[in-house]
Design a binder for this molecule. Structure first.
Ligand SMILES: N[C@@H](CCC(=O)N[C@@H](CS)C(=O)NCC(=O)O)C(=O)O
Length: 249
């Protein structure tokens, strides 16, 4: 299998952290980092690398030829089938592996708590702080204030949803989101924290339980290594500032 991802993408990092924490052999899922270009508004657009087999088959760098959603990550199976959406990708890989996942709690209620945190990150937080959405809000809907990464709209949604997660963690967290073992909830939350830090969210002061999980996850050498290889523990900025300035003006 192949996973198309980008190192600046929080959704991509969910899957990379899952693969590593679940000990999926590197040969089972080959990682392909997409290229990156910027459209006329300065919004990042993913591209298929020219040395990738799919480029030869599709005869284009246009990533939408591979994934019409235009989003990373994407899982390509050996038989050519494709899967998108991180929750579906992770569940699919899990089902294809023989052993039951050590990242899913046995307890039915805790399993639901894990899913709850996954959904808050994936459905209620990430889409509203995703840079294309923020840039469009600035250019088309008049919300010109600030630079995109620290935009009040982005900060509002991160703060709002982290407040909810903080409350949930008060009752279900141990070292990690759900008790003392890493679960999918951590794979989802940690990359979102990386984005929050780029937006100057005050993690330690406002979200002590979220911060605890963050620190305990970073204490795992394999997780820290993923962030380091992806450009650090704070989300790198991926905007063409000049194009953006013209677009917003
Ligand atoms: N719900 C999707 C989110 C994927 C997503 O939004 N990926 C971002 C990067 S973190 C992306 O590719 N954005 C490009 C765009 O929205 O056009 C998932 O869970 O896979």
């Amino acid at each position: 299998m192949k996973l198309y991802y980008h190192s600046t993408s929080s959704a991509s990092l969910r899957v990379l952290i899952f693969l590593s924490c679940r000990d999926v052999p590197k040969s089972t899922v080959n990682l392909v980092e997409t290229g990156i270009e910027f459209d006329s508004r300065g919004i990042p657009i993913w591209t298929i690398p020219s040395d990738d087999e799919e480029f030869r088959k599709l005869k284009t760098n246009d990533y939408k030829a591979l994934n019409p959603e235009g989003r990373v990550p994407l899982l390509l199976l050996e038989d050519g089938k494709k899967m998108t959406q991180t929750g579906a990708i992770i569940d699919l890989i899990d089902d294809l592996l023989d052993d039951p996942s050590p990242l899913v709690p046995d307890d039915t209620f805790l399993k639901a708590e894990m899913r709850r945190i996954q959904w808050i990150v994936a459905a209620d937080t990430q889409p509203y702080q995703n840079i294309p959405f923020i840039i469009q809000a600035m250019g088309e809907w008049g919300m010109k204030k600030a630079e995109p990464i620290k935009h009040p709209l982005r900060k509002h949604f991160i703060n709002r949803e982290f407040s909810a997660i903080e409350k949930i963690l008060e009752s279900v967290s141990g070292k990690f989101c759900v008790g003392d073992s890493v679960s999918y909830a951590d794979c989802f939350l940690i990359p979102q924290i990386r984005n929050a830090l780029a937006s100057d969210i005050s993690l330690k002061r406002d979200f002590p339980n979220v911060n605890k999980v963050w620190e305990n996850m970073l204490a795992l050498p394999n997780v820290l290594n993923i962030f380091e290889e992806a450009g650090g523990i704070i989300q790198p900025i991926v905007v063409d500032e000049e194009k953006l300035k013209k677009y917003v003006e």
